[in-house]
Ligand binder design. Sequence first.
Ligand SMILES: C[C@](O)(C(=O)O)[C@H](CC(=O)O)C(=O)O
Length: 303
Amino acid sequence: MPYLVPDRSARSAGSRLRSRLAEDTLLVMPGAHDGLAALQAKRAGFEALYLSGAAMTASMGIPDLGMITPDEVAFFTRTIARAADLPVLVDIDTGFGEALNVMHAVRTLEDAGAAAVQIEDQVLPKKCGHLDDKRLADPRDAAAKIAAASRARRDLVIVARTDAAASEGLDGALARARLYVEAGADAIFPEALTSVEMLAAFAEAMPDVPLLANMTEFGRTPALTAAELQAMGYRMAIWPVSSLRMAAKAQGRLYATLAADGTTRALVPEMLTRAELYDLIDLPAYEALDAAIVATVLPGDEG
Ligand SMILES: C[C@](O)(C(=O)O)[C@H](CC(=O)O)C(=O)O
């Protein structure tokens, strides 16, 4: 369906996500780093998407160190939410500053169509949660940002991520998570838990709070299946950078092949065909919409 004709009765993205999180089953949120990825994820049957800071920045050709602005994230959010019309959880790193910056970001991203934002408790420059030597914010400063986000949102779901497991252990991460829930977080993302036992212990210690598990590849957390995470009590799981990793690998092969062969001929069988691409972006429906509007507006020939 062309996005140009909105469903005026549709509920806000945040309230749709809240209703889904009230269900018992784990919500699998694959990363979608652009609008086309969002369409493909929707076609595969996913009900919600994750907009990863790592994938967003990598797609801009820069590292994930918290350098980008709320408006840049809003552009990606709008693109993805519009393409798929699915709830999107948006990674806003450390919230672009302190309380007022977080509030500005929350308003900007909720207006852009985000269903949820994720704020983490590192200080700038932040890093991928699976790297060494992360520096954490004071727990109360981080809680203040969660409180600020909660004050600024309309329906947006707030996911508080704690990176504390690496430096403060499981108990430190749990203490921070409890503080963030008190400050207004709707869900907790315990980042970079390093074993199945740790994942299970975190879930046992917080049975009443929706928890998110990060299944990023090449990280420190063991790769579990959606079914395994659900059995442990997790309510959301993300595969944040997978779409970008797959697409970028294929892209790399394309450039190497074209540089070597002077033609893309060898790769054509692996490419989306013209028909497949147009089908994915729904070109015929947009053309039909245009034709229908023109037919409505122009007077008939009969005079
Ligand atoms: C979840 C994450 O913040 C992201 O930006 O997607 C990253 C993912 C990654 O770098 O693999 C993370 O810090 O875990």
